[in-house]
Design a protein around this ligand. Sequence first.
Ligand code: NDP
Ligand code: MG
Length: 389
Amino acid sequence: MRRITLFGATGSVGQSAIDLIARDKDSYDVVALTGGRNITQLAKDAVALDADLAVTCYPALYDDLKDLLAGTGVAVAAGPDAIAEAAARPVDWALSAIVGAAGLVPGLEALTHGTTLALANKESLVTAGPLLLGRAKAHGATILPVDSEHSAVFQALVGEKMSAVERVVITASGGAFRDWPIEKLANATLDQASSHPNWDMGQRITIDSASMFNKAMELIETKEFFNVSSDMIEVLVHRESLVHAMVGFHDGALMAHVGPPDMRHAIGYALHWPERKTLPVERLDLAKIGRLTFEAPDEARYPALGIANRVMQEGGLSGAVFNAAKEHALDGFIAREIGFLDMARVVQVTLDKISSQGGLQNASITLDNVLETDRLARIYAGEAIKQLG
Ligand code: NDP
Ligand code: MG
């Protein structure tokens, strides 16, 4: 039996993972499930999967979670430290599917214990890629990508040498506003930004898809994870969301990964890696689909892409600034304090301010430096939100 832990079990990715695991329950020994506000779902899944431990990140919900799990034999804990402690419990495989920078510490902790980490939490790579990869290396742990584009690149690279790679292309649906006139974007509402044309995902990543901040994160994620230079990475708008990524080789070949827009594919690949097992995902009928389209992204429509290029070139702690400012700007948009296009302005202003103070590029990427940079970026982003709001 494989021992597993799921961080962010109650979220969109976490629930897709549980769907796969519940179909083959006897193969897994579930050590811990973690969640946030949704303790009803957390308790239900902890009982159904016979988990040893259920943890919510909110200490105030401890008593309620304890009541829900009374008499079930599932242990209960609460708070960020309790999540990090859960990550120290030995398992063979863990899913990192917490949303936001909060996923970094449990991910690092799991890697320190040699756990194979299936990484959906792109924020930890954007914020502290070298720290995360260095931790994996130091402890002989493996990180497997779960973000669909990165899983696609990873799969296209099986059996290939990185030295043969010329470029990496990740695709983007274009999000909710791909056909809107640019002039209307400033007035886009929260509801309009929260629905995705192709994927069913958590609210935050759906809004990030509309602004392409999600793709901006994924560009940085690609650079960090595959250790390729920023000029080797491209974004293509692909409305159908069926080709997730392509890898171009020096001989001109382009290996494309084609699959349905269903996260259970990428999660299942990481769960069964290095093998492939039957997964309950749709089989594509390409004759019926008929046509796949590709367009270059319009950088004026998606300023986030230009910001990502800047971050990739600056390197160092600028990823931590970018991620924290983006998270804070997104909070501001969700709280209706700023408009849709203001999110990019907040990130830009925050990067300018911290970069002008110097030291971003050369500072060493330690956990302390990352957390301090994250804290500072949120303060500056908050000031920018006040000025714009
Ligand atoms: P959701 O918002 O649906 O779920 C997030 C999970 O994290 C929930 O379990 C939530 O608990 C928990 N959580 C929220 N805040 C905290 C915190 N501060 N500390 C600990 N746990 C917390 O997100 P998604 O599933 O959409 O995304 C998860 C990650 O995967 C993100 O990094 C995202 O970018 C990435 N990703 C997602 C994809 C998707 O299809 N959804 C595709 C590719 C990558 P609760 O809900 O109980 O409050
Ligand atoms: Mg993705």
